[in-house]
Structures are given as C-alpha cells and as structure tokens.
Ligand binder design. Structure first.
Ligand code: MTE
Length: 417
C-alpha cells in the first residue's frame, strides 16, 4: 500500500519514477490529440511527497493563512474564498521545468528523472485572482516576495534515518513543499496568478492539489503550489528546501559533484528559474512511428505544440528537413484565439481572460509536407520563436538538474525496405 492508495489514476499515464512519489506524463500523441484542453485523467503529475487525503466534508473548512509582512494577517476558509472573491475561469498550460529532460540525460546523466516531451498539460482553471486575496491582508511596502506552502509533507531520505532527527539539515528535504515568486508579479493581474479550485469545470483531482492550488501562468510548474495552506509575504525569496535545491539552471560546467560540495550554487538566486523558455515538440509523427507514405497521398501533415514563457506569444514555428540549412514556416493555432471571446457555456462556466494580451497556453502548429520531401530527408527539425525574438537554440545547454531543455526538436527518419 502506498501513501497514495486513496488516489485514482489512469493506466495510460507513463510512470517516470518508482511507485512513490507519483510522477507521470501522458503519451504525447494522446495528449496532443485531445486538443488544447487536457482531460484531468491525462494531465501530467509531478509530486514530491504523498498526496494529502482530503475528505469532501472537510473541504468547506480547508483554511489558508496569509501572514508575514502584512498589515492584517488573515485566515480564509474555502467557502469564503469561493463566496467573497470574483472567480475567473481561464485556460492555462502548466509545464514542468523537467520537460524534455530525457534528451539531457542521454547526453550526460543529470540529477533529475527522464521526462519525455509530454511534461505539460492545459486546463481551464477556475478561482480568484491571487492579487485580490493578498490585498485583503494589506501587504506592507517592505514585502517583496510571495512564499507559498502546501500541505504535502516531503519525502525524506529514508536511507539515513539519523537525519530525521535534524529538521534543519538542508541537504535533505524537510517540512512542506514550498516556493516563492516576486510579489509584484502576484499583484499584477496581467500575469494571471490565481488560486484554483476547479479544472475544466470539475473540482480539482487529488493529484492536482485538491481542494486548492496556486496557478502561476507562464512560469515553470514548480511555482504552482498544490494543496495550498500558507501565503507568506517576505522581503527575501523562500527558504524552503525545494525552493533552494530545485528549479535552477546552474552554469553548464557545474558537475553533480561540484554542486554537492559547494552550497553557493544553490543559494545564488540568479540561477533560480521562473518564466518558461520557448519550446516545441513534434507530436505527429512520433519517434519510432512507422509511416506508410504510399497511402499518405501527396503530402503528410507534421504537427505538434509550441509554448513560450511570461505571457509571450509564439510568433513563428519553423521546420527544417535539411539539418537546419533551410526552414519552412508552419501554420499556428492559438488557444487564446479559441477561448478569448468564447460565447456560452464551457464546462458550466464563463471563460474570462482579462489578461487579454498575454499568452499562457500552448499553441498548435502544423505543416503539410510533400511526401517526396519527407522521403528525401533524414530528420524533421522544429524550432519556435516568441514575440521577444527568443528562439530555441540549436545546441543543448546541459545543466546539473537537466531543466528547461529546449534545443531544436528532432524526429529522425529512417527508411525501411
Ligand atoms: N505543490 C506541492 N504542494 N507539492 C509538489 O510536489 N510539485 C510542483 C508543483 N506544485 C508540487 C507542487 C511541480 S515541480 C510541478 S511541475 C507542478 O506542481 C505539477 O502540477 P501537476 O501535478 O498538477 O501537473
């Protein structure tokens, strides 16, 4: 029996680690084929500890505290959060900073486990804006950071039981999962930071933070704290074990050994990652898929996803069939265009994206390629560019945690028969 035996899970999800904690990605094509919104069953899961068991009857009394550098510390319960604050519903893509890490691990083992390119999912999230909640507690001018803490007790190293006595040992996780973001981001409605209690019109599922989580659009998934219990305003970034020891891109020359020996790599806030970098992947064809091009007609449609961070919009997705010598421009469909002015009911709610100019969802790109061009090629390469002209690089930037991997995506073509 695992600590999560109360949590229902879909057998299609691909397990990336052992039985516990639970970390899974959906098959990429199944995820892509669902369209812009991901069903809760297929939504990727990244847990660092056991899923808190929350009974239906306890949800109305689930409390969060707002404390630290505030004039009026507050405790709000779930009922108040629903009743006293405006609720918005908006489509947002969450992406794990480890998305595509497998490619880094193939080149050189990093400290993280091997995510394929499906460490991301999209849902219509419903709840109040974080800024409205924080404003009720009257933040002091000195407050610079919003620290968030969840209810999941972290898994501690079980090999060395002696460490359990010393909760101040920062080389091992302790306490609850937590992290921080800048307070001015949380107060800016155009950055879209919200609390969510629904995904696609349904109450959050246990793996995704039931009953309440933070959703930090355009930033790595690690900032979107699940099973949210505490909001603490501070003048320093979070000192939570996971804020310090995770979600960083250290300089590429830092080896696992160097990073274990010297704490300076972990305490330098410059290496912490927040906004997602521009990225893309091919969903059709899949790696290892056998295509019968004799029945494909005169062209085959290559397609996949692209996303950018910080609300930036993907402006170009380009495909090369000649190892990057020349590029073809693909078509792009934006989730925002579909949902921005959506009339009527979607999962029982009204979509309300009042950060109108920002893009917090993945986009889908596609390009018809004449069959002879595919037959003459040895690889499909894809790269995306965003509206700050950030482009996916040709080369990988390996780092010790293997995060934010975003070089040109490649599907190799081999010919049979
Ligand atoms: N929040 C808590 N309390 N505990 C966690 O383990 N994992 C984080 C984030 N929030 C985590 C958490 C990470 S690293 C990611 S990528 C996202 O949750 C994953 O959200 P999901 O499991 O709903 O897809």
């Amino acid at each position: 029996i695992t600590p999560d035996s109360h949590v229902p899970r879909d057998p299609r999800l691909i397990r990336l680690t052992g039985v516990h904690p639970f970390n899974v990605e959906p098959p990429l094509t199944a995820l892509y084929d669902e369209g812009f919104l991901t069903s809760p069953e297929l939504f990727y899961v990244r847990n660092h500890g056991p899923v808190p068991q929350v009974f239906d009857e306890d949800i109305p009394n689930w409390e969060i505290s707002i404390e630290g550098l505030v004039e009026k510390p507050l405790v709000l319960n779930f009922k108040e959060i629903l009743q006293k604050y405006d609720q918005i519903t908006a489509p947002i893509t969450l992406v794990c900073a480890g998305n595509r890490r497998k490619e880094q691990n193939t080149v050189r083992k990093s400290k993280g486990f091997s995510w394929g390119p499906a460490g991301l999912s999209t849902a219509l999230f419903t709840g109040p804006m974080m800024a409205d909640i924080l404003r009720s507690a009257k933040p002091l001018r000195r407050a610079k950071y919003l620290c968030m803490e969840g209810a999941d007790k972290l898994v501690r190293g079980t090999k060395d039981k002696r460490r359990d006595k010393d909760m101040t040992d920062i080389s091992q996780p302790n306490g609850f999962y937590g992290t921080s973001v800048k307070l001015n981001w949380a107060m800016d409605p155009h950055r879209g930071i919200m609390l969510a209690h629904k995904m696609n019109g349904e109450d959050l599922r246990p793996d995704h933070g039931r009953p309440l989580r933070a959703v930090v659009p355009g930033q790595i998934g690690g900032r979107s704290v699940k099973w949210l219990k505490k909001l603490i305003l501070t003048d320093e970034p979070s000192d939570n074990w996971y804020h310090i020891n995770d979600n960083r891109v250290l300089p590429t020359m830092v080896t696992p050994e160097m990073s274990a020996q010297d704490r300076k790599w972990w305490t330098d806030e410059r290496y912490a990652i927040y906004e997602l970098n521009v990225n893309s992947a091919v969903a059709h064809p899949q790696h290892e898929e056998v295509l019968d091009l004799t029945t494909a007609g005169s062209s085959y449609t290559v397609k996949g996803y692209a996303y950018a961070g910080g609300g930036r919009r993907i402006t170009k997705v380009e495909i090369s069939l000649d190892r990057g010598k020349s590029w073809r421009l693909s078509d792009i469909e934006y989730a925002e265009d579909k949902y921005r002015d959506f009339e009527g009911d979607l999962f029982g709610g009204k979509v309300d994206m009042w950060w109108r100019e920002s893009c917090f969802c993945w986009s889908f790109w596609s390009l018809d390629i004449p069959v002879p061009d595919l037959e003459a090629s040895d690889a499909i390469l894809v790269r995306a560019v965003d509206d700050a002209l950030s482009a996916q690089p040709r080369d990988m930037y390996w780092s010790v945690l293997g995060m934010m991997n975003n070089p040109w995506f490649r599907v190799t073509i081999t010919k049979e028969g």
